[in-house]
Write a protein that binds this ligand. Structure first.
Ligand SMILES: N[C@@H](CCC(=O)N[C@@H](CS)C(=O)NCC(=O)O)C(=O)O
Length: 216
């Protein structure tokens, strides 16, 4: 039986993107319900799926799992045969640490540079020192992981941790952050991956505009 994954606008919804990339990349059987955010009926439509009223939400056999990281962990438990996380326990713990760091951190960068796949901006200092610190930390972790894994992804092969970092690659390139070659080639690898392409192509032609996510 197939999953239902409830997502928001592909142009803007970075949390939706993370869970969707995992379900799509690993070829799981799913249907998608895209609920446009910021519309009059958004809240009611989301509450019909889960009490949190947020995207992403995964429905499996009539039960809801919500929050991007909880969904990814659920999929990993349901499909232990799939390399959603690295096989080695220490590597897996590190991939989870990096994913949790993304899930709960980098607020300055996230709020100064909302994901907006349709747009590319010339670089300008956004989010002040805090956003710069966020970018420096992201660059450091990418540099360290690529040096150890040999790339092209953080642990060699594409996995959940790369899904967690996919939206930040869109922020780095979309807002033209002056980052290292290693960071740029990691961004390119993530953005050339087939599921990312599918998400991106659907996102950039969406008709909806969310003023709060449109920065100058
Ligand atoms: N930490 C949550 C964040 C989920 C979230 O905030 N989703 C936003 C869109 S990206 C949402 O559902 N907004 C709808 C609303 O608040 O009405 C996750 O990882 O899934």
């Amino acid at each position: 039986m197939s999953y239902t994954i409830v997502v928001g606008n592909k142009n803007y919804s970075s949390w939706s993107m993370r869970a969707w990339l995992v379900i799509d990349h690993f070829g799981l059987d799913y249907e998608e319900d895209l609920v446009p955010l910021d519309e009059a009926d958004t809240r009611a439509r989301l509450l019909a799926y889960s009490p949190a009223g947020k995207v992403p939400t995964l429905i499996d056999r009539g039960r809801a799992v919500w929050d991007s990281l909880a969904i990814i962990e659920y999929l990993a438990e349901r499909h232990p045969d799939l390399p959603i996380w690295p096989a080695d326990p220490m590597e897996r713990a590190l991939a989870r640490s990096l994913s949790a760091e993304m899930h709960s951190g980098f607020q300055a960068l996230r709020s100064a540079c909302p994901m907006n796949l349709r747009k590319t901006f010339p670089f300008r200092r956004r989010g002040g020192r805090r956003a710069e610190r966020d970018v420096a930390r992201i660059e450091a972790l990418i540099g360290d992981r690529i040096a150890r894994s040999g790339g092209p992804f953080l642990f060699g092969e594409w996995g959940a941790v790369d899904a967690m970092y996919a939206p930040v690659t869109a922020r780095l390139t979309g807002y033209s952050w002056p980052v290292s070659k290693v960071t740029l080639s990691y961004c390119a690898a993530v953005q050339q991956e087939a599921s990312y392409r599918r998400w991106y192509k659907a996102g950039v032609v969406e008709p909806w505009v969310i003023p709060a996510d449109e920065v100058k």
